[in-house]
Design a protein around this ligand. Sequence first.
Ligand code: NAD
Length: 332
Amino acid sequence: MAHKVALIRGDGVGPELVGAVETVFKAANVNIDWVEVEAGLKCVEAGKPIVPEETIAQIKELGIGLKAPMTTPIGKGSVSPNVTLRKKLDLYACVRPVYSLPGVKTPFDGLDIVIFRENTEDLYAQIEYMATPTVAHSVKLISEFGCERIIRAAFEYARKNGRKKVVGVHKANIMKIGDGLFLKTFNRIKEEYPEIEAWDNIVDNQCMQLVTRWKIYDVLVMPNLYGDIVSDLAAGMMGGLGVAPGANYGTKCALFEAVHGSAPKYTGMNKVNPMALLLSGTLMLEHLGENEAKANIEGALRATLEKGIKTYDLGGDATTSGFAEAIASELK
Ligand code: NAD
């Protein structure tokens, strides 16, 4: 039976990227029945919330979705559709693997790290107000419950996937209470996984070490804001935003999306790299247990890159759709 999966086509370059994923999935005979759900700027233009309640309900019911990037409208009171989805679906674990790809030249050969970013708390709780007419107050919300579930998710992932090391990333030397709670929870939970080497790093030191000693790192786990920044840094190490995939997991739902945004200046140009969304799609296939299809698509993608077929961001001249067709022609 086909897997029913919610699909958000997104804003900006989103629909072009979804088109590329559809081309490859169709050629790979992937057994998916896409259920299109609405969200994004089109909803706002129609006077609806940017993520309508019906969309939340549909994704909850299906339990799984693929989402192209969406634009956050600028202006007072505008909410991020991405943050809204993560919160309303309680997608607490943002998982971003970064690894070296054939034909994608970077100074970071042998890169193979998985970043676990807490997705619902921290400064992203969006609790902020003007304390006086000239002083803003943004609240950093950290709970033991929130720390425990993301840290446990990282250790469980390491155990299940034969990963040997988990590092907790924080700034508890300065934020002794909030990040202190994250660190205390990390130190408690690591005791339950004696086979995994675990230590902690301060986030600024972690950034420096990522670019100087990337080979010693395996799984990293951190609160929301550090995760946002460190995973973009790591996406750059992998080859840029055009190649970095991501997944968001909750207790009942999983939503797969590229790390990058809607790149509005490239809308309609058939130019951007569909790899990040395609690799997010293969993470989704793994979640669905479609491991053969995942391996087939990733193999075809590697073969395409090895032939030197690339989009502009990797120094090539392939179009979004042309790159997808090249991958499709490499499928077994
Ligand atoms: P962005 O990631 O959209 O683009 C930044 C730059 O990265 C682009 O100008 C482009 O040079 C490059 N880039 C991004 N995707 C690429 C791809 N697939 N191939 C090649 N190059 C690519 O970030 P931004 O410009 O800061 O944000 C644009 C909009 O996207 C904003 O409204 C922002 O809120 C939103 N956003 C959404 C998500 C999401 O949906 N998860 C994530 C980040 C930003």
